[in-house]
Design a protein around this ligand. Structure first.
Ligand code: UD1
Length: 430
């Protein structure tokens, strides 16, 4: 069984280059199918989620090529518009981005309903509300979602909850609708803005992305482009928290410091020093972290996708911290695993009360989902002794070369596939 083995206790020190944002790459790959011209996308992270989406679009006749390292070339001029139900697409949440893209282009789409990380109920009512407002008929049956329309007509849409996925999906479909669409209470995440910039580079007319009102004037068709995806806010944040939790000194390259403000602010409160310049950020954590309180919120608030990582770092901070999760209802499942490592965390509905201990101890643990998996890797790096982590396919959904990047920062971590490799690692670092 594939697992990570980690010998904890070394501070992370050195430099790391952050990859392209997975959560921007997914909608951008889907949106690239909205034109019959060639689209080239730079900075596409090679992770399981992007591979799954690429396989899904290939299954309907889209030609996809990795031309250079991290550059993907897409030719969607030969799409056969039949149901999309390829095996890997069933496991990723972002499969639903194909609905907005294909509904816009072909006015008819059938795609298997998404699953994604199990972090609580993940309804898609706001996506459906948006498609219906644009004039589509939407039906779910036999595990599929079907959306079709004679014509898509621009509309005024107010989202009842701030949803990244619904904002993105409606924005894509509205680009090829007739007339003007307004999305109110829109999500403001960096990847929403990145998608809007990408669509505009294809000839769309999207204004206001990054604020809570997005205005889209429909165009008849989109054209080819070459576009570079923004750096991954969550990968960067994960390395920042890992540096802080191991009392390290790490310089991150290829980041947008503005996107990391909520994380930098929290880590500063916890006693870290942060230095920023254009596309670089250095974090130094010379001493034990201070306890603090964290509440997850839509951007520009503290991201829910970094909640497990920061909670893990707080498990050895001086004092008691309170972490409130306000986006997803069941995002503390990893706490049981941290408890096996000695953490003292009490969860009461959507709040975790974290009593900082001096240290964690290595244990055999399981990753319950993507970001929690990354948090458990951080726990392993912090802990005394050896930690093995199973369920690493979750981590590989969203982090490119994580063991290699951590090893370059002085971590002792390997991906192993056999008992023999595990024992060899233990002997090496006994
Ligand atoms: C995206 C990210 C995910 C991140 C999340 C919040 C991708 C592929 N995933 O997920 O990593 O954790 O944003 O930043 O980009 N909701 C509804 N009805 C809907 C849609 C959402 O009630 O139709 C609720 C959800 O249950 C949740 C909240 O809205 O409580 C936010 O969800 P949303 O922003 O849509 O998350 P995702 O787009 O699924």
């Amino acid at each position: 069984m594939e697992q990570f083995i980690i010998r904890g206790g070394s501070p992370l020190v050195g430099e790391v280059t952050i990859g392209g944002a997975k959560n921007a790459a997914l909608p951008i790959l889907a949106a690239a199918t909205m034109t019959n011209d060639i689209v080239e996308i730079e900075n596409v992270p090679d992770v399981k989620d992007t591979r799954a989406l690429i396989e899904a679009i290939e299954s309907i006749g889209v030609r996809v090529q990795r031309t250079e390292d991290s550059v993907v070339r897409i030719d969607a001029s030969h799409v056969k518009n039949h149901p999309i139900e390829n095996e890997s697409i069933k496991r990723i949440r972002a499969s639903y981005y194909l609905i907005g893209a294909m509904l816009g282009k072909y006015k008819d789409i059938n795609v298997v309903l998404p699953s994604g990380c199990d972090i609580g109920l993940r309804p898609i009512d706001q996506h459906i509300k948006g498609f219906e407002a644009l004039g589509a008929e939407v039906d779910t049956a036999h595990g599929f979602i079907n959306a079709k329309a004679e014509r898509l007509l621009g509309a005024h849409i107010y989202l009842d909850v701030v949803s990244v996925g619904a904002t993105i999906n409606i924005m894509m479909a509205a680009c090829l609708a007739e007339g003007k669409t307004t999305i109110e209470n829109a999500a403001k995440e960096p990847h929403v803005v990145d998608l809007a910039n990408f669509l505009n580079s294809m000839g769309a007319n999207v204004r206001g992305a990054g604020t809570d009102v997005i205005r889209i004037r429909g165009v008849q068709k989109l054209h080819g482009t070459r576009y570079a995806i923004i750096p991954d806010q969550i990968e960067a944040g994960t390395f920042m928290v890992a540096a802080a939790a191991t009392h390290g000194d790490v310089t991150l390259h290829n980041v947008i410091p503005k996107h990391l403000e909520s994380i930098s602010a929290k880590l500063s409160e916890m006693g870290c020093r942060i230095h920023e310049s254009d596309d670089m950020l250095r974090i130094v954590a010379a001493r034990r972290l201070n306890a603090t309180h964290v509440k997850t919120l839509p951007y520009p608030g503290f991201p829910t996708d970094l909640q497990p990582q920061i909670t893990t770092a707080l498990s050895t901070a001086g004092g008691t911290s309170i972490v409130s999760e306000s986006i997803f209802e069941n995002r503390f499942k990893y706490v049981d695993e941290l408890t096996k490592m000695g953490a003292r965390i009490k969860v009461e509905s959507s709040t975790a009360i974290v009593t900082g201990r001096e240290y964690l101890t290595g244990a055999q643990i399981n990753a319950p989902d993507l970001r929690a998996g990354a948090a458990l890797v951080i726990a392993g790096l912090m802990a005394e002794g050896f930690t093995t982590i199973r369920g690493i396919h979750f981590v590989e959904r969203g982090y490119e070369n994580l063991p290699a990047k951590l090893t370059a920062l002085g971590a002792k971590i390997e991906k192993t596939d056999s008992e023999r490799e595990l024992q060899k690692f233990k002997l090496k670092y006994a």
